[in-house]
Design a protein around this ligand. Sequence first.
Ligand SMILES: [Zn+2]
Length: 247
Amino acid sequence: MHRSELIGQLNNLLHPEFFKDYAPNGLQVQGKTEIRRIVTAVSATQNVIDRAIELQADALLVHHGWFWKNENPTVTGTKYKRLKSILSTDMNLIAYHLPLDAHETLGNNAQMAKLLKATNVCGGQEGSFVWSGTIEPRSVRDLANFLSRALNRQALVLGDESLIVSRLAWCSGAAEDFFESAIAMGAQTYISGEATERTTHMARESGVPFLVCGHHATERLGIQALGIWIKENLALECVFVDDDNPI
Ligand SMILES: [Zn+2]
């Protein structure tokens, strides 16, 4: 498939034009025009690039690409090495950030709803990335154990793990700043990827536990779902490469 056709298909699916993002969505680094094999990954790290080169990928498709707002704009250090590797093999780098958090079926948060088997799911409303839904009542400890197994990453529980809960809110990645709005929405537990020291106090004092499930672990979901969509709908080879990250 021609590169521009692939990008057109992905843009049609993910609608980056609806998002004010922190990095460019779509083609970030131009490579060869004909695409047969794609490697997908959460982040475009050196390990992922090296593996994609071994697999002779024509494109690397990720959730976390490069060229973030406020990053050092010079091509030096690790950025130089990554760019050199990708340019020297003529591999395309394609990234979708917020559009892949928010997509109504393939996105990280939609995939979390599926994993939780949540009902009454509400998500992706204008301006909010927080999703909510209901599960069968279970203890926070039990829910944390389930998510640890399902996401292959030990969940950290902030707050009272003995509570029995059914109304959940979640947002993948680094979304602790939405904790307060999740509490205001009536969530009995909030699930996200990362937390900082102050989050523990809010979880204890609000009576709403926060499950820290890993930024990387919660964002493996969307990019893998997108890879499956590409295989099924565009008939391209797609291989997911996991460069694990404890955060
Ligand atoms: Zn992220």
